[in-house]
Design a protein around this ligand. Structure first.
Ligand code: NAD
Length: 446
């Protein structure tokens, strides 16, 4: 097993090596975990430019400035401090519930943020005392392999542990199945679209599933429209709309529609006309035969996912000013751009006649993923109505989607948001087993 620094061609070898690393980490205590966390965070910081570029060169999706930010943002991922035990003290003595590790965790990461998801998974999993084996997206694994090697080399130098975060090269469906079946793997954590969530749930192992989203925004006109527009442009343009929490469609109350569109344009958006929107939609969605019942299901055209606004504009037949952050346009509520998680910097804006209509349309567009939703409002009743109706994991008021992950709002960050299985924004506790230790009648000091 020597000399691999976490990179394996065989999934079973990777799992076995990770198990060995888990045992080694257990010997190093909390101090060892803290060292791992510091190493991963420091490397993400110092190598942010290099790795951001590596990931963009491989995947060709997103924006370099945001790829760099996502790596530097690993500083905000919580560590061992999240594992405060729960203590009980009473007439019958003292009981402690502790957050213990699982062992080896099998993790799947998306193409949209390959190294950042892997890094925050390592931080959270190692904080809880675990080792990990990754199956990355086939279109985003080379950068993850490079980062894995560097993480493990640094961890080895400092702690003598060589394979704490392993990765299979190249990742395949077979390697995923082998990881899921391996006896050392006690838990899965998958981050991605519906396919991988389904596969993880069907594996028979317990799975933490960070699934797809299609976050709607409701603008009811009671709050500052300029702030709403600024937040929407920032969130929807971030990494060319690759974020699962990113604003994907906006519903605006009719009387405020024109003013809101103007505010979007003022804040860096470019408005497409209806002909241009339809030209873009034609290029953005494909209808592979054999999917859907009789009527083929639309699939987002991967060639346009995460591309720059200029590329989308070309497909739409529009010429846009330099520096345009986002394309926008008016559509109906049942437009493909509203219904599908497009992950590209075109944002459909829909007029609605009432808050009730806006909430209902938001709920339809969210498809029950229970992922993220956003409202711009100063009306507490409207906020409450939308939150109750959509039941999303993240519900952000008067901020961009990123405020939901601590950028501009309170809270810690993570790139795995366990929507489908309900653990919420992943943190070290997500990757623990709760174990209770009971001392009968003694140890209470009064
Ligand atoms: P994707 O579903 O194509 O791939 C995600 C990962 O799953 C990849 O590693 C892929 O190889 C793997 N995968 C896909 N189908 C699989 C199967 N049947 N068996 C085993 N592995 C499989 O998604 P993507 O384009 O890489 O990422 C975008 C999607 O991920 C969006 O739907 C987005 O909302 C979602 N996402 C969710 C979160 C979250 O925290 N909830 C975070 C990031 C991305």
């Amino acid at each position: 097993m020597r000399g691999k620094f976490g990179v394996f061609q065989s999934a079973d070898e990777a799992c076995e090596a990770a198990h060995g690393a888990f045992l080694q980490l257990s010997e190093k205590g909390v101090a060892g975990r803290n060292k791992v966390i510091k190493i991963v965070k420091d490397l993400c910081d110092t190598k942010a430019e290099e790795w951001g570029k590596l990931e963009l060169d491989e995947t060709k999706i997103g924006r370099l400035d945001h790829k760099i930010e996502k790596l530097k943002g690993q500083r905000g991922i919580p560590g061992t401090e999240f594992l405060n035990p729960y203590g009980l003290s009473g007439d019958h003595g003292i009981t402690l519930e502790e957050y213990a590790p699982f062992g080896v965790i099998g993790a799947v990461t998306p193409s949209t943020h390959s190294i950042p998801t892997m890094a925050c998974n390592i931080i959270s999993m190692a904080a809880a005392g675990n080792a990990a084996v990754f199956n990355s997206h086939p279109g985003a694994y080379k950068c993850a392999v490079a980062a894995t090697r560097v993480f493990n080399q640094a961890i080895h130098r400092e702690l003598g542990i060589e394979n704490l975060a392993c990765i299979v090269e190249p990742p395949t469906l077979e390697s995923f199945n082998a990881i899921a079946k391996n006896e050392y793997v006690k838990l899965l954590c998958v981050t991605g679209g519906p396919g991988v969530v389904k596969a993880a749930m069907a594996s028979g192992k317990r799975a933490v599933c960070a699934g797809p989203g299609n976050p709607p925004v409701l603008v009811d006109g009671t709050s500052c429209l300029d702030n709403a527009a600024k937040c929407v442009v920032f969130g929807a343009a971030y990494d060319n709309n690759l974020l699962c929490i990113g604003e994907k469609e906006v519903f605006v109350l009719e009387p405020f529609f024109d003013k809101f569109m103007a505010a979007l344009e003022k804040n860096g958006a470019y408005r497409l006309n209806s002909g241009q929107i339809e030209a873009l939609a034609k290029a953005a969605f494909v209808f592979p035969p054999g999917q859907g019942a009789g009527c083929p299901h639309p699939v987002v055209n991967r060639d346009l996912v995460g591309k720059d606004p200029e590329v989308l504009a070309k497909a739409a037949g529009a010429t846009i000013p330099r520096g345009t952050q986002l394309l926008i346009g008016e559509t109906k509520a049942d437009h493909l751009f509203v219904e599908e998680e497009q992950m590209m910097p075109f944002l459909p804006i829909v007029r609605v006649k009432s808050v009730e209509e806006g909430v209902a349309a938001s709920k339809r567009a969210e498809h029950g993923y229970k992922h993220s939703a956003i409202i711009h409002s100063h009306d507490v009743s409207n906020m409450t109505a939308m939150a109750r109706e959509l039941e999303t994991t993240l519900f952000i008021k008067n901020g961009s989607c990123l405020a939901g992950l601590g950028a501009g709002g309170e809270g810690y960050s993570n790139f795995s948001i366990a929507t489908t299985t309900g653990e919420g924004i992943c943190n070290p506790r997500t990757f623990t087993r709760v174990r209770r230790c009971v001392m009968v009648d003694k140890l209470r000091i009064f």
